[in-house]
Write a protein that binds this ligand. Structure first.
Ligand SMILES: [Zn+2]
Length: 304
């Protein structure tokens, strides 16, 4: 896992913010009221989050935001990008975030299905929007925090009571601080402070496993929870990591033993290092960790 940044500037996708978003949210609230908070899984309109897949995939550098496997929008099923709801829409306290852009991350099918509806928190529960929808005759009234909203007039623009539907980046950041989820979130946490990588010899050959790097109990628990919930040490993933590492070693050795000038080798090694540490490299979190370890060892060697 590597840190990811939301593209909060520039044009937002349609229905990500503003009245389009509010209109979508109202549909959810209305449904919640009718179904007594138990919205069936097949009611949700997947097109609402799939519409953001391309932008989200750009944000996560063409990879799964959790395991860093390379993904595409039209690639075969196993490597196809899926949109994960960080706060699961199957939990009633997070249903209002089902269409919220800032609740999404691109994930591979394996991470997404492993995580399923797990989302444990250490802090206070998320603030629920207080919305009441009353229908009298043909007229329906939305009551939010004491204000009355006419859904038909929503498209006319903004008014202050509508802020309760706020699902902006700032709002989500505040919710993250308040809830303190156990799951490491690549958009809010610094994954490199939580995860280390190590080569492990198994009967089936070598693999690279992820482990908790943290020093304090809370961080260790969060890292362990994340590894377990997303199954970040599943065999085929750990094997793929080792294969990628071996591939790097092969290329690096080829450069070192090439019959070329020292200048060329230096330049080529620099290029390789840049490539493997870059965000769009498969498993760059692992290469960054191994790189840091190597530098730490060098520094230690120099001072003694
Ligand atoms: Zn994944």
């Amino acid at each position: 896992m590597i840190p990811l940044k939301r593209h909060v500037n520039g044009e937002m996708p349609f229905h990500a913010t503003g009245v389009g978003k509010i209109s979508d949210d109202l549909e959810i609230f209305t449904k919640q009221q009718h179904e007594g908070n138990k919205i069936a899984a097949d009611w949700w309109k997947a097109s609402k989050w799939r519409a953001f897949a391309e932008r989200l995939l750009e944000e996560s550098h063409g990879k799964c935001g959790y395991c860093e496997e390379k993904l595409g929008l039209k690639t075969p099923e196993t490597n196809r990008a899926s949109v994960d709801h960080i706060r699961p829409k199957s939990k009633k306290e997070y249903q209002h975030l089902a269409y919220s852009y800032f609740n999404f991350v691109i994930a591979c099918k394996k991470c997404n299905s492993s995580k399923s509806n797990s989302f444990e928190i250490l802090g206070r529960e998320i603030e629920q929007p207080i919305v009441k929808i009353k229908t009298s005759g043909k007229k329906s009234h939305v009551k939010a925090k004491g204000f009355s909203i006419d859904p038909k007039k929503l498209w006319a623009g903004w008014s202050s009571p509508l802020r309760i539907f706020d699902s902006s980046y700032q709002k989500m950041s505040a919710e993250e601080k308040r809830e303190q989820p156990k799951l490491i979130n690549p958009y809010f946490d610094q994954p490199n402070k939580f995860f280390g990588y190590k080569i492990v010899q198994l009967d089936k050959g070598n693999v690279v496993e992820i482990y908790s790097l943290s020093k304090d109990d809370k961080s260790i628990m969060r890292a362990d929870y994340t590894i377990k919930t997303l199954q970040l040490n599943r065999l085929e993933l750990a094997q793929s990591r080792f294969k990628e590492y071996k591939q790097f070693q092969r290329v690096f050795t080829r450069v070192e033993s090439a019959k070329k000038s020292t200048f060329w080798k230096k330049k080529e090694k620099r290029r390789l290092k840049k490539k493997y540490l870059s965000a769009d490299q498969r498993f760059s979190g692992m290469f960054r960790f191994f790189g840091d370890q190597k530098e730490a060892l060098h520094k230690k060697g120099r001072t003694t």
